[in-house]
Design a protein around this ligand. Structure first.
Ligand SMILES: [Zn+2]
Ligand SMILES: [Zn+2]
Length: 282
């Protein structure tokens, strides 16, 4: 499969020359089936402002596929009203999100964020064939991918992590994760709990929250995020092939992300910083 980082930032966008390489758009990852021919992304993970990059991948084509949201915080949904490839008459979009319970009306929940006076239109006014629903429990099929969704601790609303496989390669996506919610763990930066280990076990790439650095966890861990050191150790423990640091905090410049990466030069698992507008072929 191909994994394209459309937005790698957490909390707010981060425009400007200091953020050029890792990018300024908020969380959004597009997955495509590999192949010589058509490689249009069919599965989108989160709808941060990075969604605005989809027309670059699709060209003139509409988006036809599924969008999965880990949770409904602003930095994971604010691209939705500006999704040019999906807001057109020939688009077909299945949008699935985590509900509070099986009776949750997905479109109504989304409309709490996207409706007047907060935004001019609601989800139902997006053009094209849009379907809204809840993410099934456990493992399910979406656009030829096998997806497993598992709850992970974060803050303020239910949050999922995803594991996606195409039968050949696999990726884990855990962009917002507060592992200290389950205790300090062996290094004081959070517990390596079964949900996180299960999602990441043996994947080709683990895309993980690295909002914090280890020394920031004590003061800021309660805000709901993980340290880069936790992401790398989780990837190591789970036998991931590679770790992509993701959800860079908005004030972390390119030079600062590079500085974080330097900490892992000797890591047993290869570590990269997720860079907007780059694609990994797995
Ligand atoms: Zn976030
Ligand atoms: Zn969040």
């Amino acid at each position: 499969m191909r994994v394209t980082f459309c937005g790698t930032r957490g909390s707010t966008p981060a425009p400007g020359p200091d953020f050029y390489r890792y990018g300024g758009h908020t969380s959004c990852v597009a997955l495509s089936h590999d192949g010589a021919g058509d490689v249009a992304p069919q599965l989108i993970l989160d709808a941060g402002t990075g969604l605005r990059r989809l027309p670059e991948l699709l060209g003139d084509r509409p988006f036809t596929g599924t969008m999965l949201l880990t949770h409904l915080h602003w930095d994971h949904v604010q691209g939705l009203p500006f999704f040019g490839s999906g807001d057109r008459d020939d688009a077909r979009v299945t949008l699935l999100l985590p509900g509070d319970g099986d009776q949750t009306d997905a479109a109504a929940l989304l409309a709490r964020m996207m409706s007047p006076p907060f935004f001019p239109i609601g989800p139902a006014q997006l053009r094209g064939d849009w379907r809204f629903g809840l993410i099934p429990r456990g493992t399910f099929e979406a656009e030829g991918f096998t997806v497993t969704a598992i709850d992970v601790p974060h803050k303020g609303g239910r949050t999922l992590g995803f594991r996606v496989s195409d039968g050949h390669s696999s990726v884990a996506y855990i962009p917002d994760h507060c592992p200290t919610a389950f205790g300090p763990g062996p290094e004081g930066i959070g517990e390596y709990h079964e949900a996180a280990l299960g999602l990441a076990r043996g994947v080709d790439v683990l895309i993980h929250d690295s909002h914090l650095r280890a020394e920031e966890v004590e003061a800021e861990g309660s805000f709901g995020h993980a340290a880069a050191e936790y992401a790398v150790e989780l990837g190591t423990k789970a036998g991931a092939g590679r770790v992509a640091l993701f959800h860079h905090r908005p004030e972390r410049s390119d030079a600062e992300v590079d500085r974080t990466l330097c900490r892992f030069a000797e890591s047993p698992v290869p570590v990269i910083g997720a860079q907007e507008a780059t694609t990994l072929s797995l």
